[in-house]
Design a protein around this ligand. Structure first.
Ligand SMILES: [Zn+2]
Length: 436
């Protein structure tokens, strides 16, 4: 009996040795030599690393000994390598609607679903070529469940595009969304699903989840203006009870709720209703920031879009635009100081998809965020929000091989991220202007 045990023990030891010897040389399809690696989670960059890739995953990351042979190599040893970026607030079905061409309304009234899908396809390609390998796309603006189908087209390889988290139609209340200002006799289409009352709210959430929504997007404020005292005011939309019904339903399905909220009553209802992320948060009070910290609410500020295309200064819209930007800077700084979980988002689509997505980075840094923090706001932090921690937004064993590279040092000049020259998504090279 004792000798049998000994035999079994030595046999298992031999198997262990055999397998561990093989584990040191994982079967790989290719390796990437990274001159500098910013891995999305570490506080500092690491020099001279090798990333081993098998299929769509990273299997190992280790120091570059310079002795690796027999591998298919992508040499990025003169570049800075990072995880694929995540934009947590986009609209692939918006087109940066030019007011001179009819603006938002023309998109819904004149562009058919095929034209809109073609434009969304262009948007997805644009995101990928700029190094954004994941998008949380926060509603289709009247294009129904088109985002879920674009996601399907990407997944089946019909079109190139990033990993999509789709919010489908979004939810607001009567008087809480475009199209508006038409004759009351007309039953105009709306850019969001309109509900009144907790029963309708829950039903809308169920319908959207049933049709493939990964997130629910809710409008908690709508119009905004400047009052006689010069303060920014925004019109609240859903009640706390309506939002609670949506949050309760979404959480039951294991999904989260993103709330568009500027300030005031609507923002307060968003927090009291238990929303998971605040979008824009132009004017959050200290108490609201404190409540967000306590509740673990994510904050997606989308700064840059509020700093361009201002209306003339002496018009009501011009006053509003300036008041929004001024409040936003202070609000963002408050959030930074309180260490809220800030994530990178742009609202692109609200501005044309031909523009640079990474333009948001310099604005985040200008207002006080460190470049490394800004990079993590677009990598590991939103990965956690999207329940994809360790799978995206990081370069580590087990993660999807979403890898980008730039020339230069984004920690010295964050605008370097506006010139992504290498993009790998799910282990496939999509763009390579750097290496042989
Ligand atoms: Zn938006």
């Amino acid at each position: 009996m004792r000798s049998l045990t000994l035999v079994l023990l030595s046999l298992s030891a031999a198997i262990l040795l055999f397998t561990s010897a093989h584990a040191q040389e994982p079967a790989v399809d290719l390796i990437i030599r990274a001159g500098t690696l910013i891995d999305g989670t570490s506080d500092r960059p690491i020099k001279n690393q090798v990333i081993f890739i098998k299929g769509d995953r990273i299997v190992k990351v280790s120091g570059d000994t310079g002795t690796l042979t027999g591998f298919n190599v992508i040499d990025l040893s003169n570049s800075t390598v990072l995880p694929g970026l995540i934009d947590s607030h986009t609209h692939i079905f918006l087109w940066g609607e030019d007011p001179a061409k009819g603006g938002y309304d023309a998109n819904i009234l004149k562009a058919g679903i095929a034209l809109r899908a073609a434009r969304a396809t262009f948007a997805c390609r644009r995101a990928l070529e700029q190094g954004f390998t994941t998008l949380r796309d926060l509603e289709t603006e009247g294009a129904g469940y088109g985002d879920v189908e674009i996601k399907e087209a990407i997944a089946e390889g019909t079109i190139p595009g990033p990993r999509l988290f789709c919010a489908t139609r979004a939810i607001s209340s009567t008087g809480g969304y475009n199209l508006e200002g038409y004759a009351p006799e007309l039953d105009m289409p709306k850019g969001a699903q309109i509900i009144d009352g907790p029963v309708e709210a829950r039903k809308a959430a169920r319908q959207q989840l049933d049709h493939g929504a990964d997130w629910i997007k809710v409008y908690m404020t709508h119009r905004s203006w400047v009052d006689k005292q010069g303060h920014l005011v925004s019109q609240p939309t859903l009640t706390v009870e309506e939002l609670k019904a949506i949050v309760d339903e979404a959480h039951g399905w294991g999904k989260k709720v993103a709330c568009h909220a500027y300030n005031g009553i609507g923002l307060q209802r968003a927090l009291d209703g238990g929303c998971d992320s605040i979008e824009h948060g132009l004017d959050m009070t200290d108490a609201q920031v404190k409540q967000m910290a306590a509740q673990g609410t994510w904050y997606c500020p989308t700064l840059q879009i509020y700093y361009e295309d201002w209306a003339p200064e002496d018009t009501p819209a011009g006053k509003r635009d300036r008041a929004r930007a001024a409040a936003h800077e202070a609000s963002y700084k408050r959030a930074l100081q309180a260490h809220l979980k800030i994530i990178f988002g742009t609202d692109i689509g609200g501005m044309p998809w031909t523009e640079s997505i990474a333009r948001e980075f310099p604005r985040m840094v200008e207002f006080g965020m460190s470049p490394m923090d800004a990079i993590q706001a677009a990598t590991s932090r939103p990965a956690e929000m999207l329940d994809m921690k360790s799978e995206i937004g990081t370069i580590a064993a087990g993660a999807f091989a979403d890898i980008i590279a730039v020339q230069g040092d984004p920690l010295k000049d964050i605008a370097t991220l506006e010139h992504v020259q290498f993009v790998m998504h799910n282990g496939s090279v999509f763009k390579n202007e750097l290496a042989k």
